[in-house]
Design a protein around this ligand. Structure first.
Ligand SMILES: NC(=O)c1ccc[n+]([C@@H]2O[C@H](COP(=O)([O-])OP(=O)(O)OC[C@H]3O[C@@H](n4cnc5c(N)ncnc54)[C@H](OP(=O)(O)O)[C@@H]3O)[C@@H](O)[C@H]2O)c1
Length: 277
């Protein structure tokens, strides 16, 4: 079983560590972690006996076969600089931020590289983890990494050119969906006076049921709509209303996320001391 190291134990680093431990992918004593503010990593070790906390990214890199970089994009170049003279050709380095090119990272580090984009839903031991592999990653590396991810998620291999849109759907998606549900509840409370907690419970149960129909019961988006909307009925009216009002909102959403992504990629390349493409 490969030993895993985590540089950064904020939201996502901690979520990944805990998902691996809870799902049985890896015992705590096979995990090493560090965090810039050490207390966060120490708290994780207090919660999971055997997990080893070390002072710096270089220490994580020295001790781990698979090194997850779980810092914000702005902090990635510093972390890469600090581990570049420590990692070797046998190791797999795995950043989890979308504006990083695996090719760029492979040209800077002597290690093998894979990009993994998790999702907050992995905390519930489900959802996808998006995987992009660099040229040097072998079948054994891929098997090792996916054996760590599959106990708590479905690893999905994607082409690098689809990283942003796949991340929008899989990783930003929970936040987008949560906003939709929040607005639905807010309107229900404001317009009718229904209890907020009750409205929240109803939409949460509805969301779970809809997800189960889509994933376990072979329903499609269209077949759910057909089952619920009787022609001339209230759901049909609601659907017509949403189609009209939303118009091209998702097209504009995808354009906005991709414009920001292009800026982030340029900034990342500059900070990694590479020329813009
Ligand atoms: N949130 C999501 O749903 C999601 C989904 C997919 C991917 N991601 C990606 O996951 C990454 C982390 O996001 P997050 O939400 O976990 O951010 P976060 O909560 O801010 O965590 C980042 C952690 O990295 C630590 N850190 C920064 N520089 C460090 C260094 N040089 N050495 C050690 N630790 C360092 C920070 O320490 P301090 O405590 O000192 O700040 C912080 O605890 C981002 O790149 C994001 O794009 C997020």
């Amino acid at each position: 079983m490969a030993a895993a190291g985590f540089i950064g134990t904020g939201n996502m680093g901690r979520m990944l560590v805990e998902a691996m431990i809870r799902s049985g992918a890896l015992p705590a004593d096979r995990i090493t972690a560090c965090n810039r503010t050490p207390r966060k990593a120490e708290e994780l070790a207090e919660a999971h006996s055997g997990l080893r906390v070390v002072p710096a990214p270089e220490d994580v890199a020295r001790l781990s076969e698979i090194v997850f970089i779980c810092v914000r994009p702005v902090d990635v170049p510093d972390v890469v600089a600090s581990i570049s003279s420590v990692v070797g050709a046998h190791q797999l380095v795995v950043p989890i931020a979308s504006p990083i090119s695996v090719e760029d990272l492979e040209s800077i580090l002597p290690a093998k590289v894979a990009l993994v984009i998790p999702s907050v839903v992995n905390r519930a031991l489900c959802g996808a983890t998006l995987c992009v592999y660099g040229k040097r990653a072998t079948d054994t590396d891929i098997r090792r990494l996916e054996s760590l991810l599959s106990p708590f998620s479905t690893p999905v291999r994607i082409e690098e050119r689809f990283v942003r849109i796949a991340s929008d759907l899989s990783s930003c998606g929970p936040a987008f969906l949560a906003l939709f549900l929040q607005k639905f509840v807010d309107a229900a409370v404001a317009e009718t006076g229904i209890d907020r907690e009750l409205a929240g419970r109803l939409v949460s149960a509805m969301t779970l049921g809809t997800a189960k129909l889509l994933t376990a019961e072979s329903f499609t988006f269209a077949s759910i709509r057909e089952r619920v909307a009787v022609p001339g009925g209230i759901t049909a009216l609601g659907l017509e209303f949403l189609e009209r009002e939303w118009n091209d909102v998702f097209v504009r959403l995808v354009r906005a996320t991709h414009a920001k992504f292009a800026e982030d990629c340029t900034a990342m390349r500059e900070r990694l001391n590479r020329r813009p493409r």
